[in-house]
Design a protein around this ligand. Structure first.
Ligand code: SF4
Length: 251
């Protein structure tokens, strides 16, 4: 798994909106969305767009460390501007794609963001544990996905276990998100629940029924409730939360 070593920065967009997923749903955040993801083939429900959207942040691809430094200054100025106009924000969310593909850049960027007084929220697919190790002490909130083989056509149990074990410390607030589709099966759900419980049963788990997309649909409501009951036997906090930003027509 190769990381992006200062060759090219693919920041797709920077914007202010509400957090639409997980335990901090509804909180106003600044989002930095990185392009590209290491999971191939993609998850069946992937909605990551390759082309930049409107109102994107025009950050030129950086070729060396000096350019990265200049780009970082530019990005910090934008964050300060967004905070002034739309703030106060709960935190800066690093999202994607998979932000950890740019870990060397994040190691430079995060301390600069923290100087503005904003916390760091990392959204990750929970597979790049080696990259995560480099910045794990800098992350305030970790929103980690567990990817189920039925939807992502590959088994990531080992990567997830290593990632979560590394992340499990008192300084970082962690929660796990699992997207549920009609293809999700109880056996995989149970494996995921046990994986979390083995690391720390206090880590909250969010079941996110998929927002219908092409031929991908959520499970029946009774099935979702059954998954929640099952998880509740092993974990202290289990919630079902849909993608609220999609319901509201927000980014
Ligand atoms: S991990 Fe996220 S960005 Fe990557 S393929 Fe899956 S849904 Fe898409």
């Amino acid at each position: 798994m190769k990381t992006n070593r200062f060759k090219k920065l693919d920041i797709q967009e920077v914007f202010s909106s509400i957090q639409g997923e997980g335990i901090f749903v509804g909180k106003r955040q600044i989002f930095i969305r990185f392009s590209r993801c290491n999971l191939q083939p993609k998850c069946s429900y992937c909605d990551t767009k390759i082309k930049p959207l409107n109102n994107t942040f025009p950050l030129n691809p950086a070729k060396n460390k000096t350019e990265i430094q200049n780009s970082t200054n530019q990005l910090i100025q934008l964050i300060e501007k967004l905070e002034k106009i739309y703030g106060p924000h709960h935190c800066v969310s690093l999202t994607g794609g998979e932000p950890l593909l740019y870990v060397d850049y994040l190691a430079l960027l995060i301390p600069q963001i923290k100087k503005t007084g904003l916390k760091i929220y990392l959204e990750t697919n929970g597979t790049c544990y080696k990259q995560f190790k480099k910045i794990k002490n800098k992350i305030d909130i970790l929103a980690m996905d567990i990817k189920l083989p039925a939807d992502c056509r590959k088994n990531y149990w080992q990567e997830h276990k290593k990632f979560l074990t590394l992340a499990n410390n008192k300084k970082t607030f962690i929660f796990i998100k699992i997207v549920l589709t009609a293809k999700t099966n109880r056996k995989e759900i149970k494996t995921a629940i046990k994986l979390i419980a083995d690391v720390n049963r206090n880590i909250p788990l969010i079941f996110q029924p998929v927002t219908p997309l092409k031929k991908i649909f959520p499970p029946k409501s009774n099935t979702i409730l059954a998954y929640q009951s099952l998880a509740g036997k092993y974990l202290k906090e289990v919630r079902v939360i849909p993608q609220v930003h999609k319901i509201l027509g927000l980014k």
